[in-house]
Design a protein around this ligand. Sequence first.
Ligand SMILES: [Zn+2]
Length: 331
Amino acid sequence: MLTPNEHLTGSTRQKREIYDRLARFRADPRHTLRLAERYPRLAFGTMDALVGTLSGRDLEVFEAGVEKARDRLAGLGQTMLLPLERVFIAVSATTPAYGGFHHRLLPYRAPDDIQAPGYRYVQAAAVISRYGDLHTTAPTACTPGIIGLDLLHAYIHDTFHYLTYRSFRLGTNGIHRNQHGINFRRESGQTYSARDPQDSASTRNLGIIMEGAFDREAAAIARDATLAAGLAAPVDGTDAAAFLDAIGAREPIAGDMPYLASMSAYAGLVTKPYAAFLNDIGGPETAELHHLTIRATLDGNLGLLQAWLDQRYGPGEFAALFRSGAYVVAT
Ligand SMILES: [Zn+2]
């Protein structure tokens, strides 16, 4: 019932309480994700069913990528991927919608962001959509391979969320997730690292850093998968943008299509600031800093990452870089 890197903290009775609550949420995520209610315009299936319908280039690139991901994760001490039946995918829409990794699922942004696409740790499930036109009954066919590649990109990304270290305690107001990857949170909700100032070119926010690290991992695996499957980038159009985005080689593509705008927004909020962070702090050792960040995010042990930073910048560098003033004051 717990995901591979989730840990419960407290007395036996407290751990049992946390376990029972998570189990209730996870027994059938369909009930708690409330897909039909939250996304009335979308129809969902599970990923195992969708993968069963893939063929040709789409299936080749997806399978090549999953194999690469298994190797990469084994090198990080991980043996599991996100179970396919815990991934819910929108496959059609009753109003115009263009699906894929950057599809927002809703035509507007919900204030609490509960409906945002991606992984939900409470249910241990992901909610995403299939690449391409979801609305038209007989849509123009996508470039062969692009649906499989986009699906791979999203699936590997959410597998890293699934494998993120999480530690739960029983707080005064219910379950308190006090550590999430390399980030910490007090029961008051105060997080260890602060938000970045608006329009920051780089980041010191640990949430963005972990998200950027997952994006980099998923893109590297997707790139290897295209090479293994001999899949070349489409010449132009949205498929070309989606292909380059999936393998982490995207050039800015203009256009007022919401899907492309959302892709650019993600690059501005996550991919570019993370790359700038690695460059600022890692310099020529960018790859090593990225690797240590991923490893610590999955196993929850910050020792090697902290030692690496201390060696280059002096003792206590992790706190100096990431700990917010408010977190020091808060109790
Ligand atoms: Zn994510």
